[in-house]
Each structure stands twice: as structure tokens, then as C-alpha cells.
Design a protein around this ligand. Structure first.
Ligand code: AMO
Length: 460
């Protein structure tokens, strides 16, 4: 006879506590984030995914039961025990911003200890103190498996989760199909030296720098595709904006008339992501003191050459960057400040990068072959996106690859895609950690990665 799974968790154990009203009875699972005992009872702060919940303990009324069902003293409770609390909801006004349920508390009449840590001396993630930011980050990342339990760090990744959900939700509503492309690849898509090599049986292969080839192939199949997946870059430098593994939110769409269609899509997408995050993360945004970015009806856009000129002529940079192939970091900060003051926008597009500076798949500008129909999107001083229109004719790919000394045969399947017909298309990629950091005004993108990978770190 077959066995059928009979879950012991009832739906009420996992119900959204937010819907509770004063007087309701509640049973909630969680980890003991903190416990403070007083003469009359005390407080048990329960940690849930959404944040903290305050339980009030009263000596005569609160019964504590251990793993074996025996009644024990309340002072057996210690931090990071897994417990279930039961009690009645009362109205409250709790000031601690880490408390998610600040309008209520639970008068706890029963605590069940479900499991306990090996020690009562667990790491207290609330009271970590360090002389400098670097030491603090190092400690946090070395112990990330535990320090993630700090409500602030939890909140950052909850916002990140909402960003990716808002991204997917909007694109699905616009007829996009979600794809999953391989991360073990035979050629790097973006060129350059920052590609990780890997042994694959008797061959040398690479970790994907981006799903670029596969998302373009996806357009030939589904017209509009997106992917949310890791991308790998062998960046040798340790900066506050580079990770060696990051989450790339990629979009590619067919039947475009120009790169403006793609830019327009990104504007609408960002607007919807911000709306989604505001609606789903009110508590997290408040805890992190975030001010949501402003997206005007139209995001200002400058050609790269125009932007260099503007910044230099207005004396907004220390150095003259006119004629350079890319934006200098001081320019990125300066143009963002400028558009914020002039147009109230936290975003600015920079377009028409020189062909030399962009990956080979970028479409050349028919009006000036030295330039490409490509763009970056900057937000609050940081590049969060690259994108543009791509070539769609096989002959153009061959020509450009040969010009660059690349061997088209190495990219056989990619070339064969264009040989078999492709619509005009374009797309972009947003770095999830960078977007999270920009929304939350967090200086180091590593804080927006669950387990950051950098030149010095592959564990935890
Ligand atoms: P690009 O190389 O500019 O473009 O990457 C797109 C976006 O990904 C993020 N990003 C990073 N984030 C953290 N650490 C890194 N080392 C890192 N590298 C990139 C940035 C960047 O804007 N295929 C193209 C996109 C396209 O044209 O569709 C590409 O990969 O936010």
C-alpha cells in the first residue's frame, strides 16, 4: 500500500501574520532573535522571514515546553533556538525599525522549543562593532552564513528578491518567455580577458560571462525572452562595484525598429520594478532608510561624445575626457548629479558608444560606422545596464569578426542562427546586485550578494 504524505504544518502556522487583528489567537514558528527576561516575565523577539515579531512573556502565564514535551523554566530559552510561540495578539506601537510587526505584539502563553543550537554563546549579529568599514565587511562576509540573520542584511536580500520578481512579472505581462541558458560554454560572449577557464573532461571551456548568444538565439524562437541567472567575470581587481559572480537580469526582444524601443521597454520595466518593490517591501525600505529613485516620464539621454563635452564645458569634472571611448567613473557620478538637479531623474542613458569599445554583436550606427547603436543606463552614479541593438545579418557578423581577428568558425552555432534567419532585435542586461545597491544607497555591491565572490573569497 502506498504511503501519503501528511504534513504536520497547518496553513495557519505559515499564514501572513500581517492580517492578524487584536484579540486573534496565533501560533507562529521562528528563531529566537533575542530574549530579555525581567522580574515579571520579559520579551521574546521572534525572527521571521519578514522581520521581527515581539512576544511578551508573563511569569504566571507563559508555559515553556522542551523538545521532549517536558515543562521547563523560561530561562531555558536562548538565542537562535527554533521555537513555536502561541498567544493572543495585542495592539502595540514598537519603535525598533527591525520589528516588522510594529503595530502588534503577542502575549505569549506557550513556547515550544523545537531545536536548539550547539551553544548558548551564538554569534550576536545585532551587536557587531568594528573600527572601520573594511574590517566590518570582512567579518560579515567571513561569517555570512550567520551574519545574514541580521535584520538589515535579511532586508537587503528581501528587496533583491522583490526586484527580480518585479522584473519577471512585468516581462511576463509583456509576452516574454523566461529561458535558462547554459553557464558552461565553449566561447566567451563579451570578449576580453575576464573569462574563467574550466576543465571539462578533456576540453577547456569557460564560465559564461553573459547569456548574450543564447538570449539572441531565443529571440529567433520566442520573439521576446528574459533570463535571471548568474554570470561570471574574472575581474582581477577588488572594487566596491565588481563581483566575480553576479546575477544578470537579461532581456532580448525581436522586431524592434531601433534601440529606442529597447530603452523604452527598460524605462517601463524599471517603473514597474520600483512599484513592485514599494508595494511588497514597505518594512524593508523603512528599515534600510531607502528613498525610492525618481523615474521621470522620459529618462534623459546623451550621446557619449555629447556627455563628455557637456561635463567638460560645464566644469563638472576634474579631467578632460573628451574623445575617450567610455565614461570615466568621475563622469558617471557627475552626469548623474547633473540630471538629478536639472531633470529630477535618478537615471540617465548614455548612447552611441564607439564600435571599438563595444562587443562585436553591437549594431553599427548607419550614420557613422565608428559608433554603435548601444547604450548604458546609469543610476545614482553607477552603470546598472548595458544594451543596444544587435546585428541580425550573418554577413555583418562575418565582416565584423574578421575585422577584429576573430574566427567565425569558433562561433559556429551562433553564426548559423543568423544564417537561418533572425528578426531585427536588441536587448539589455541589468546587474541585480548593482540595481539593489543603487535603490538602497548601499556603497558596496557585495552587500547585495547572498554569498559574494571576489578575488579573495570563494567561501562561505
Ligand atoms: P555588461 O558587460 O555591461 O553587458 O553587463 C551588464 C550589466 O551587468 C552588471 N555587471 C556586473 N555587476 C557586478 N559585477 C560585475 N563584475 C559586473 N559586470 C557586469 C552591470 C552591467 O551594466 N551582454 C551585455 C548586455 C547586453 O547588451 O544585453 C553585457 O553583459 O550592471
Amino acid at each position: 500500500m502506498a504511503n501519503f504524505i501528511n504534513s504536520h504544518c497547518t496553513t495557519t502556522d505559515y499564514s501572513d501574520l500581517r492580517s492578524l487583528q487584536p484579540g486573534d489567537r496565533v501560533r507562529a514558528y521562528g528563531m529566537v532573535h533575542n530574549v530579555r527576561l525581567t522580574k515579571w516575565g520579559g520579551f521574546l523577539i521572534l525572527r521571521k522571514a519578514e522581520g521581527l515579531l515581539q512576544g511578551v512573556l508573563q511569569n504566571e502565564q507563559t508555559v515553556v515546553v522542551d523538545e521532549k514535551g517536558a515543562t521547563v523554566q523560561v530561562n531555558n530559552i536562548s538565542r537562535e533556538m527554533a521555537v513555536a510561540i502561541e498567544g493572543v495578539v495585542n495592539e502595540a506601537k514598537i519603535k525598533d525599525p527591525a520589528v516588522a510587526y510594529s503595530q502588534m505584539e503577542v502575549a505569549v502563553d506557550k513556547i515550544e522549543i523545537i531545536s536548539r543550537p550547539a551553544t548558548t554563546e551564538v554569534l550576536d549579529t545585532n551587536s557587531l562593532k568594528f573600527g572601520d568599514e573594511d574590517a566590518m565587511l570582512r567579518f560579515k562576509f567571513d561569517n555570512r552564513h550567520v551574519t545574514l540573520r541580521n535584520p538589515r542584511d535579511m532586508a537587503i536580500l528581501r528587496v533583491q528578491s522583490a526586484i527580480s520578481q518585479g522584473f519577471a512579472q512585468y516581462l511576463l505581462s509583456q509576452g516574454f518567455t523566461q529561458i535558462y541558458s547554459p553557464k558552461i560554454v565553449s566561447e566567451g560572449a563579451e570578449g576580453g580577458a575576464n573569462v574563467f577557464k574550466m576543465d571539462y573532461f578533456d576540453k577547456q571551456v569557460y564560465l559564461a560571462q553573459s547569456p548574450q548568444f543564447y538570449k539572441q538565439i531565443g529571440v529567433g524562437v520566442y520573439e521576446r525572452v528574459f533570463e535571471i541567472a548568474p554570470a561570471y567575470r574574472a575581474e582581477k581587481h577588488a572594487t566596491s562595484r565588481h563581483l566575480n559572480e553576479f546575477i544578470s537580469m537579461d532581456v532580448e526582444m525581436g522586431f524592434i525598429k531601433g534601440q529606442e524601443d529597447v530603452m523604452e521597454l527598460e524605462m517601463n520595466l524599471l517603473r514597474n520594478i520600483m512599484k513592485y518593490v514599494s508595494e511588497h517591501c514597505a518594512h524593508e525600505l523603512q528599515l534600510l532608510n531607502a528613498d525610492m529613485p525618481a523615474i521621470p516620464d522620459q529618462i534623459p539621454a546623451y550621446r557619449l561624445s555629447e556627455c563628455h563635452e557637456l561635463l567638460w564645458n560645464e566644469h563638472l569634472t576634474e579631467e578632460d575626457h573628451r574623445g575617450e571611448d567610455d565614461m570615466a567613473p568621475e563622469e558617471e557620478r557627475a552626469i548623474c548629479k547633473y540630471v538629478k538637479e536639472k531633470y529630477g531623474s535618478d537615471f540617465v542613458f548614455i548612447t552611441h558608444f564607439p564600435s571599438q569599445h563595444r562587443a562585436f554583436y553591437a549594431m553599427d550606427d548607419p550614420e557613422d560606422g565608428k559608433l554603435t547603436l548601444s547604450f548604458d543606463l546609469l543610476m545614482r552614479g553607477l552603470e546598472i545596464t548595458s544594451g543596444g541593438q544587435r546585428m541580425h545579418e550573418e554577413a555583418d557578423y562575418r565582416r565584423k569578426m574578421v575585422e577584429r581577428g576573430m574566427d567565425p568558425e569558433k562561433f559556429h552555432f551562433y553564426m548559423d542562427t543568423f544564417h537561418n534567419g533572425m528578426p531585427p532585435h536588441g536587448g539589455f542586461a541589468i546587474g541585480l546586485e548593482r540595481l539593489t545597491a543603487c535603490i538602497l544607497n548601499i556603497a558596496n555591491v557585495k552587500e547585495c550578494s547572498m554569498f559574494p565572490r571576489d578575488i579573495n573569497r570563494v567561501a562561505p
